[in-house]
Design a protein around this ligand. Structure first.
Ligand SMILES: [Zn+2]
Length: 273
Protein backbone atom coordinates (compact mmCIF):
# COMPACT_ATOMS: atom_id res chain seq x y z
CA UNK A 1 0.00 0.00 0.00
CA UNK A 2 2.77 2.35 0.96
CA UNK A 3 4.69 1.67 -2.23
CA UNK A 4 1.62 2.64 -4.24
CA UNK A 5 1.98 6.24 -3.11
CA UNK A 6 5.43 6.63 -4.57
CA UNK A 7 4.37 6.75 -8.21
CA UNK A 8 2.69 10.18 -8.03
CA UNK A 9 5.88 11.51 -6.44
CA UNK A 10 7.97 10.15 -9.30
CA UNK A 11 5.56 11.54 -11.93
CA UNK A 12 5.56 14.86 -10.23
CA UNK A 13 9.37 14.89 -10.09
CA UNK A 14 9.50 14.24 -13.83
CA UNK A 15 7.23 17.23 -14.44
CA UNK A 16 9.28 19.32 -12.05
CA UNK A 17 12.46 18.42 -13.93
CA UNK A 18 10.93 19.89 -17.07
CA UNK A 19 9.95 23.02 -15.20
CA UNK A 20 13.44 23.47 -13.79
CA UNK A 21 14.92 23.20 -17.26
CA UNK A 22 12.64 26.08 -18.27
CA UNK A 23 13.84 28.09 -15.28
CA UNK A 24 17.47 27.42 -16.11
CA UNK A 25 16.90 28.49 -19.67
CA UNK A 26 15.10 31.64 -18.64
CA UNK A 27 17.35 32.91 -15.85
CA UNK A 28 20.62 33.41 -17.79
CA UNK A 29 18.65 34.68 -20.77
CA UNK A 30 17.22 37.57 -18.78
CA UNK A 31 20.54 38.67 -17.26
CA UNK A 32 22.36 38.29 -20.58
CA UNK A 33 19.80 40.42 -22.32
CA UNK A 34 19.99 43.07 -19.61
CA UNK A 35 23.82 43.11 -19.84
CA UNK A 36 23.56 43.38 -23.59
CA UNK A 37 21.27 46.38 -23.29
CA UNK A 38 23.66 48.09 -20.89
CA UNK A 39 26.65 47.71 -23.22
CA UNK A 40 24.93 49.50 -26.13
CA UNK A 41 26.16 53.10 -26.10
CA UNK A 42 24.30 54.25 -29.22
CA UNK A 43 20.88 52.71 -29.09
CA UNK A 44 19.85 51.00 -32.31
CA UNK A 45 16.61 52.14 -33.92
CA UNK A 46 14.89 49.10 -32.50
CA UNK A 47 16.31 47.44 -29.34
CA UNK A 48 17.14 43.77 -29.83
CA UNK A 49 14.82 42.92 -27.01
CA UNK A 50 11.99 45.14 -25.97
CA UNK A 51 10.98 46.00 -22.42
CA UNK A 52 7.76 44.16 -23.15
CA UNK A 53 9.73 41.02 -23.95
CA UNK A 54 11.80 41.40 -20.77
CA UNK A 55 8.60 41.80 -18.80
CA UNK A 56 7.17 38.71 -20.43
CA UNK A 57 10.30 36.71 -19.61
CA UNK A 58 10.24 37.92 -15.99
CA UNK A 59 6.60 37.02 -15.78
CA UNK A 60 7.35 33.56 -17.15
CA UNK A 61 10.11 33.08 -14.51
CA UNK A 62 7.70 34.27 -11.84
CA UNK A 63 5.06 31.84 -13.08
CA UNK A 64 7.68 29.09 -12.97
CA UNK A 65 8.42 29.92 -9.34
CA UNK A 66 4.70 29.78 -8.66
CA UNK A 67 4.58 26.40 -10.38
CA UNK A 68 7.52 25.26 -8.25
CA UNK A 69 5.57 26.17 -5.13
CA UNK A 70 2.53 24.40 -6.51
CA UNK A 71 4.63 21.34 -7.30
CA UNK A 72 6.07 21.42 -3.78
CA UNK A 73 2.54 21.41 -2.40
CA UNK A 74 1.68 18.40 -4.57
CA UNK A 75 4.76 16.65 -3.20
CA UNK A 76 3.69 17.62 0.31
CA UNK A 77 0.23 16.16 -0.26
CA UNK A 78 1.73 12.85 -1.39
CA UNK A 79 3.85 12.83 1.79
CA UNK A 80 0.69 13.51 3.83
CA UNK A 81 -0.99 10.51 2.24
CA UNK A 82 2.09 8.40 2.97
CA UNK A 83 2.07 9.62 6.57
CA UNK A 84 -1.59 8.67 6.99
CA UNK A 85 -0.79 5.12 5.88
CA UNK A 86 2.24 4.97 8.16
CA UNK A 87 0.14 6.17 11.10
CA UNK A 88 -2.40 3.41 10.39
CA UNK A 89 0.42 0.88 10.37
CA UNK A 90 1.76 2.35 13.61
CA UNK A 91 -1.65 1.88 15.28
CA UNK A 92 -1.90 -1.68 14.02
CA UNK A 93 1.55 -2.60 15.37
CA UNK A 94 0.86 -0.78 18.66
CA UNK A 95 -2.26 -2.95 19.13
CA UNK A 96 -0.15 -6.08 18.59
CA UNK A 97 2.33 -4.88 21.22
CA UNK A 98 -0.49 -4.44 23.75
CA UNK A 99 -1.94 -7.85 22.92
CA UNK A 100 1.49 -9.49 23.22
CA UNK A 101 2.08 -7.73 26.53
CA UNK A 102 -1.03 -9.42 27.93
CA UNK A 103 -0.03 -12.79 26.49
CA UNK A 104 3.47 -12.43 27.96
CA UNK A 105 2.05 -11.67 31.40
CA UNK A 106 -0.04 -14.82 31.16
CA UNK A 107 3.07 -16.75 30.11
CA UNK A 108 1.56 -17.68 26.75
CA UNK A 109 4.33 -16.26 24.54
CA UNK A 110 8.11 -16.04 25.00
CA UNK A 111 9.65 -12.69 25.92
CA UNK A 112 11.51 -12.70 22.60
CA UNK A 113 8.20 -12.47 20.68
CA UNK A 114 7.12 -9.47 22.74
CA UNK A 115 10.46 -7.75 22.16
CA UNK A 116 10.09 -8.31 18.41
CA UNK A 117 6.69 -6.62 18.51
CA UNK A 118 8.18 -3.68 20.38
CA UNK A 119 10.94 -3.47 17.79
CA UNK A 120 8.36 -3.41 14.97
CA UNK A 121 6.57 -0.55 16.71
CA UNK A 122 9.79 1.43 17.08
CA UNK A 123 10.47 0.98 13.35
CA UNK A 124 6.93 2.08 12.41
CA UNK A 125 7.26 5.18 14.61
CA UNK A 126 10.63 5.97 13.07
CA UNK A 127 9.14 5.86 9.53
CA UNK A 128 6.32 8.22 10.52
CA UNK A 129 8.76 10.61 12.15
CA UNK A 130 10.94 10.66 9.02
CA UNK A 131 7.94 11.46 6.78
CA UNK A 132 6.85 14.17 9.22
CA UNK A 133 10.37 15.61 9.03
CA UNK A 134 10.21 15.61 5.22
CA UNK A 135 6.90 17.48 5.31
CA UNK A 136 8.51 20.12 7.54
CA UNK A 137 11.41 20.28 5.12
CA UNK A 138 9.04 20.99 2.18
CA UNK A 139 7.38 23.75 4.24
CA UNK A 140 10.78 25.32 4.88
CA UNK A 141 11.67 25.08 1.21
CA UNK A 142 8.43 26.74 0.08
CA UNK A 143 9.05 29.50 2.62
CA UNK A 144 12.55 29.98 1.17
CA UNK A 145 11.23 30.19 -2.41
CA UNK A 146 8.77 32.87 -1.28
CA UNK A 147 11.52 34.62 0.68
CA UNK A 148 13.72 34.58 -2.45
CA UNK A 149 10.93 36.35 -4.35
CA UNK A 150 10.79 39.00 -1.64
CA UNK A 151 14.59 39.34 -1.51
CA UNK A 152 14.69 39.80 -5.28
CA UNK A 153 12.55 42.94 -4.89
CA UNK A 154 14.92 44.43 -2.29
CA UNK A 155 17.92 46.58 -3.13
CA UNK A 156 21.23 44.77 -2.64
CA UNK A 157 22.26 44.91 0.99
CA UNK A 158 25.75 45.95 1.98
CA UNK A 159 27.75 43.93 4.50
CA UNK A 160 26.57 44.46 8.03
CA UNK A 161 23.13 45.65 6.87
CA UNK A 162 19.83 44.26 8.09
CA UNK A 163 16.46 44.52 6.40
CA UNK A 164 13.22 43.49 8.00
CA UNK A 165 9.80 42.95 6.45
CA UNK A 166 6.61 41.34 7.76
CA UNK A 167 7.78 38.08 6.24
CA UNK A 168 11.49 37.99 6.94
CA UNK A 169 14.64 39.49 8.45
CA UNK A 170 17.68 39.46 6.18
CA UNK A 171 21.16 40.13 7.55
CA UNK A 172 24.33 40.16 5.47
CA UNK A 173 27.28 39.36 7.72
CA UNK A 174 30.91 40.29 7.31
CA UNK A 175 32.28 36.93 8.37
CA UNK A 176 33.33 34.25 5.95
CA UNK A 177 30.70 31.56 6.36
CA UNK A 178 31.64 27.92 6.76
CA UNK A 179 29.36 25.01 7.55
CA UNK A 180 31.72 24.14 10.42
CA UNK A 181 30.47 27.32 12.14
CA UNK A 182 27.54 25.16 13.18
CA UNK A 183 29.68 23.89 16.07
CA UNK A 184 29.95 27.29 17.74
CA UNK A 185 26.30 28.21 17.02
CA UNK A 186 25.21 24.93 18.59
CA UNK A 187 27.51 25.55 21.59
CA UNK A 188 25.94 28.99 22.08
CA UNK A 189 22.42 27.56 21.88
CA UNK A 190 23.14 24.71 24.31
CA UNK A 191 24.65 27.10 26.81
CA UNK A 192 21.75 29.52 26.51
CA UNK A 193 18.78 27.15 26.34
CA UNK A 194 20.11 23.82 27.63
CA UNK A 195 19.15 21.90 24.50
CA UNK A 196 20.65 20.96 21.17
CA UNK A 197 20.27 23.48 18.33
CA UNK A 198 17.17 22.20 16.44
CA UNK A 199 18.78 21.85 13.01
CA UNK A 200 16.12 20.81 10.48
CA UNK A 201 18.40 20.76 7.45
CA UNK A 202 22.18 20.60 7.26
CA UNK A 203 23.23 21.50 3.73
CA UNK A 204 21.62 19.71 0.81
CA UNK A 205 18.94 17.24 1.90
CA UNK A 206 17.06 14.65 -0.16
CA UNK A 207 14.03 16.97 -0.21
CA UNK A 208 16.09 19.85 -1.60
CA UNK A 209 17.52 17.60 -4.30
CA UNK A 210 14.11 16.20 -5.20
CA UNK A 211 12.73 19.69 -5.63
CA UNK A 212 15.82 21.02 -7.40
CA UNK A 213 16.74 23.55 -4.75
CA UNK A 214 20.40 24.29 -4.04
CA UNK A 215 20.85 24.33 -0.27
CA UNK A 216 24.36 22.87 -0.03
CA UNK A 217 25.89 25.86 1.75
CA UNK A 218 23.25 26.60 4.37
CA UNK A 219 21.74 25.31 7.58
CA UNK A 220 18.10 25.57 8.63
CA UNK A 221 17.17 25.89 12.28
CA UNK A 222 13.59 25.12 13.29
CA UNK A 223 12.90 28.08 15.55
CA UNK A 224 10.46 30.90 14.90
CA UNK A 225 12.32 34.23 14.57
CA UNK A 226 9.94 35.99 16.98
CA UNK A 227 10.34 33.57 19.89
CA UNK A 228 12.87 34.19 22.69
CA UNK A 229 15.07 31.46 21.22
CA UNK A 230 14.77 32.97 17.75
CA UNK A 231 15.61 36.46 18.97
CA UNK A 232 18.62 35.27 20.96
CA UNK A 233 19.89 33.23 18.02
CA UNK A 234 19.47 36.17 15.64
CA UNK A 235 21.37 38.47 18.04
CA UNK A 236 24.15 35.91 18.34
CA UNK A 237 24.47 35.44 14.57
CA UNK A 238 24.62 39.19 14.09
CA UNK A 239 27.28 39.51 16.81
CA UNK A 240 29.33 36.91 14.93
CA UNK A 241 28.79 38.55 11.53
CA UNK A 242 27.07 35.40 10.21
CA UNK A 243 24.54 35.95 7.39
CA UNK A 244 21.01 34.65 7.85
CA UNK A 245 17.44 34.92 6.65
CA UNK A 246 14.92 34.60 9.45
CA UNK A 247 11.57 33.63 7.91
CA UNK A 248 8.36 34.16 9.87
CA UNK A 249 6.28 31.94 7.57
CA UNK A 250 5.60 31.17 3.94
CA UNK A 251 2.40 33.24 3.87
CA UNK A 252 1.32 36.26 5.94
CA UNK A 253 -0.44 35.31 9.14
CA UNK A 254 0.78 31.72 9.12
CA UNK A 255 3.88 30.36 10.84
CA UNK A 256 4.05 27.39 8.45
CA UNK A 257 7.61 27.07 7.25
CA UNK A 258 8.96 29.54 9.84
CA UNK A 259 12.65 28.96 10.54
CA UNK A 260 16.07 30.60 10.47
CA UNK A 261 18.19 29.92 7.41
CA UNK A 262 21.88 30.41 8.21
CA UNK A 263 24.31 31.03 5.37
CA UNK A 264 23.90 32.51 1.89
CA UNK A 265 20.42 32.56 0.28
CA UNK A 266 19.43 29.42 -1.62
CA UNK A 267 17.62 30.95 -4.52
CA UNK A 268 19.36 29.06 -7.31
CA UNK A 269 17.44 26.28 -8.92
CA UNK A 270 19.60 23.32 -9.86
CA UNK A 271 19.02 20.88 -12.68
CA UNK A 272 18.11 17.29 -12.05
CA UNK A 273 20.15 14.55 -13.64
ZN1 LIG B 1 17.49 27.09 4.28
Amino acid sequence: MINGTEKPVVNYLTQLGTLLCVLLLLAPGISAQKAQRKRVVVPPPEPQITQKEIDELSEAASKSRATLIEASQTYRESLERLLALQKQEEERVAAIVEKDRGLLEMGLIPKRQFEESEQNLAEAQSKSAETQRQIGSVDHLVAEVRAAEELAKMPTLTQGATRSTAMLIRYVGKSRWAMTDLEKIDAFFRLKFGRVLPVSAFGQTATHSHLGFDHHDAIDVAVHPDTVEGQELIDYLRSQGISFIAIRGSIPGSATGAHIHIGPPSRRIISQQ
